[in-house]
Design a binder for this molecule. Structure first.
Ligand SMILES: Cc1cc2nc3c(=O)[nH]c(=O)nc-3n(C[C@H](O)[C@H](O)[C@H](O)COP(=O)(O)O)c2cc1C
Length: 360
């Protein structure tokens, strides 16, 4: 018998108030997402460069993305026993609208979009039965989305995910703020976002759930998040260290071995800061070295292949495939606390028992 509150998003009710954060370039695919949804959380497939693994078999990456995205959604739905599956689609991908349509037509139940403000999401999904969740890093972003969606489409988000400064992957803060640890704390952003969604309560007819992400690892932190008004948490780094995670086992081992001093904030070639593990590849990029980019796909809007020092998609896929020298391993700020690889069910058990125990 679970003693934590369920997470309600639209018509869905999740037994665990936990979303598994989408992890692009093949880290969260059908295996991880179906295991999470089957266990009672919300499992999320990430669409970013999802087709890279079969890019050589098809004419281009966009075509490969379509094939793999449809396949992964179908498999995840099958394996989860028909439980809801979310798809993370970054606004920064060049074919954003097309990917959203493919995902919805393939049976996605929830679309989660960050790395930009998803202004067109209600229009692209009009008439479809799908929950829409923007990822934001400030209350201002929440307000802009609420106003824009309401004035144009009379539609409001089914939830917000706030990604704070301790999250993994690309981050919505300035590099300097992150390095100096001066970015706003997740709970101060949460307070401001809750204040805004409260103002929209009457228009929405409900209180839009707000979910916090970034640096939440233990059950007592889930408790803290809920006690501060969040409806749930989104966790990613901890889900990498599960048997079901779709990355190569060398990727997971990198997390288990990681120490605090191995974590760096890099400036990604697409202009945003990101948190990653220091590998020989990352060190050489930090020294200013370059890898010639021959880009046949142009997968991210802000990327200019003629100017970037390396291809981020290639570096991320090397990590997914376990290349510990040449890969780019995104990670959350507390990755060094990951000490073993367990199953998704065990992870939920552990977090839940910590939630009940609270911190000693
Ligand atoms: C390896 C990795 C890849 C990620 N890829 C994406 C992505 O493709 N899209 C996205 O919106 N967020 C991405 N994220 C962010 C996560 O979804 C999540 O919000 C964040 O990492 C939560 O913090 P935590 O890792 O400390 O739990 C990624 C994070 C990691 C660790």
């Amino acid at each position: 018998m679970r003693r934590w509150p369920s997470l309600v998003i639209g018509e869905f009710e999740f037994e665990h108030p936990i979303i598994q954060g989408g992890m692009g370039v093949g880290i969260s695919l059908h295996r991880l997402s179906s295991a999470v949804s089957k266990a009672g959380g919300l499992g999320v497939i990430a669409a970013a460069a999802i087709g890279l693994e079969i890019r050589n078999e098809l004419a281009n990456l966009k075509e490969a993305d379509k094939v793999v995205l449809e396949r992964e959604i179908r498999k995840a739905k099958e394996l989860s026993g028909g439980k809801p599956i979310g798809i993370n689609i970054m606004v920064a991908v060049t074919d954003y609208e097309e990917k959203v349509k493919i995902a919805v037509d393939a049976g996605a139940d929830v679309i989660i979009s960050g790395a930009g403000l998803p202004f067109s999401l209600p229009e692209v999904t009009e008439g479809k039965d799908v929950c829409l969740i923007p990822i934001i890093s400030s209350a201002r972003a929440a307000e802009i989305i609420l106003k824009r969606w309401w004035s144009r489409y009379k539609r409001l988000p089914d939830a917000f995910v706030i990604e704070g400064p301790l999250a993994g992957g690309h981050l919505g803060f300035k590099e300097d703020e992150l390095v100096k640890e001066e970015a706003p704390d997740i709970y101060s952003i949460l307070d401001d976002v809750l204040h805004i969604v409260d103002k929209w309560r009457i228009k929405a007819g409900f209180r839009i759930p707000v979910i916090v992400a970034g640096g939440i690892y233990r059950g007592w932190e889930v408790k803290e998040a809920l006690s501060r008004g969040a409806s749930g948490v989104q966790m990613a780094t901890r889900f990498v260290a599960t048997h079901e995670c779709d990355a190569d086992s060398a990727f997971k081992e990198m997390y288990v071995k990681a120490k605090k001093e191995d974590i760096v904030i890099i400036k990604s070639p697409v202009g945003m800061p990101a948190r990653a593990l220091k590998t020989p590849f990352v060190e050489s990029m930090m020294r200013g070295e370059k890898r010639p980019v021959k880009c046949p796909y142009h997968c991210l809007k802000p990327c200019n292949p003629r100017k970037v020092p390396y291809c981020i998609a290639e570096a991320l896929i090397k990590a997914k495939e376990g290349d510990v020298e040449e890969g780019l391993f995104f990670c959350g700020a507390r990755v060094y606390e990951v000490d073993r690889i367990i199953s998704v069910d065990e992870l939920f058990e552990e977090i839940h028992s910590e939630y009940e125990r609270e911190q000693a």
